[in-house]
Design a protein around this ligand. Structure first.
Ligand code: UDP
Length: 241
C-alpha cells in the first residue's frame, strides 16, 4: 500500500517517446494502444484523469534549433505544435475505445481543440471525460514536464504520474545504460532536486516541491500499473515531502 492511498484525480504525463515506435519518431499504433489500454482501465475504475502529452517524437526544440539554425523560441513553438498532433492521435485512439475526451491547448488552435480554460477542464473531469492538455505551458523555454506539474497544481490533482517506458521507477543512474543501476523507491523533493536524477527537469520539480504535489514515476508498459496506482498500491517510485 502506498503512503498516498487511493487517488481520485491525477495528471498523467505521457512523453512523446511513449507514443513512438522503436525509431523514437512518429506515432506507432502499438505504442498508442498500450497507453490507451491503461487509460481505459483507469477510467473504468472511476478515476478523473487528465493527460499531458509530450512532443519529443515529432519535433524536439533544442536539438532541431541547432541543426536547422532556427531561433530557440521558434523551434520551441514548433515543438509545441507537435504535442497537438500527439494529443489528437491520443484523442482519436481513446474515443475509438469509447472513452469520452476533450483536448485543451495552451496555444489557441480553436478549429481542432478547446483553449485551455481551467474551470472548464475541471468540469470535464467531473463529468468523466479524459482531458488531454496540449502545447505544454504555451511558452517557449519550458517543457511538457513543467506543463504537467502546472496543470496538476491548477486542477488540484492528488498526484502527478510520470509514465516511463521500460523503466519502473527512479534509478540512481540510467538503468538502460548501467547494469548496476539501483532503484530508489522513495525520495523527498530535496533529494530529487540535488541528486540530478533523470525524472523531470528542475523547473517542473521545483513547482511540485513548492506545493507538495506527490510525483509517482512508473513503467507504463507494464499492464495494470496505472489502475494499481490509482487503487493505492505501491508501484514505481514516489517523490514527496
Ligand atoms: N515546449 C515548450 N514549452 C512547453 C512545452 C514544450 O517550448 O511548455 C517545447 C520544447 O521545445 C520541448 C518540446 O516542446 O523540447 C517537446 O516537449 P518535451 O521535450 O517536454 O516532450 P517529451 O520529452 O515529453 O516528449
Amino acid at each position: 500500500i502506498s503512503e498516498l492511498g487511493p487517488l481520485k484525480r491525477v495528471v498523467l504525463k505521457l512523453s512523446g517517446e511513449s507514443l513512438a515506435g522503436d525509431g523514437g519518431y512518429g506515432i506507432d499504433p502499438g505504442s498508442l494502444e498500450v497507453s490507451v489500454g491503461q487509460v481505459l482501465e483507469a477510467v473504468e475504475a472511476g478515476a478523473e484523469l487528465a493527460i499531458v502529452v509530450g512532443g519529443g517524437n515529432i519535433f524536439r526544440g533544442a536539438q532541431v534549433a541547432d541543426e536547422l539554425g532556427i531561433e530557440s523560441a521558434t523551434a520551441d513553438y514548433m515543438s509545441m505544435l507537435g504535442t497537438v498532433i500527439n494529443a489528437l492521435a491520443l484523442q482519436a485512439a481513446l474515443e475509438r475505445r469509447g472513452v469520452p475526451t476533450r483536448v485543451q491547448s495552451a496555444i489557441e488552435i480553436k478549429e481542432v481543440a478547446e483553449p485551455y480554460i481551467r474551470r472548464r477542464a475541471i468540469r470535464h473531469l467531473e463529468k468523466g471525460r479524459v482531458v488531454i492538455f496540449a502545447s505544454g505551458t504555451g511558452n517557449p523555454f519550458f517543457t511538457t514536464d513543467t506543463g504537467a506539474a502546472l496543470r496538476a497544481l491548477e486542477i488540484n490533482a492528488d498526484a502527478l504520474l510520470m509514465a516511463k517506458n521500460r523503466v519502473d521507477g527512479i534509478y540512481d543512474k540510467d538503468p538502460r545504460v548501467h547494469g548496476d543501476a539501483r532503484i530508489v523507491r522513495r525520495l523527498d523533493y530535496m533529494e530529487l532536486l540535488s541528486r540530478n536524477l533523470a525524472v523531470m527537469d528542475h523547473t517542473a520539480a521545483t513547482l511540485c516541491s513548492g506545493e507538495g504535489l506527490p510525483i509517482i514515476v512508473f513503467d507504463i508498459l507494464k499492464s495494470g500499473n496505472l489502475r494499481r496506482i490509482l487503487q493505492g498500491e505501491r508501484v514505481g517510485s514516489l517523490v514527496w515531502r
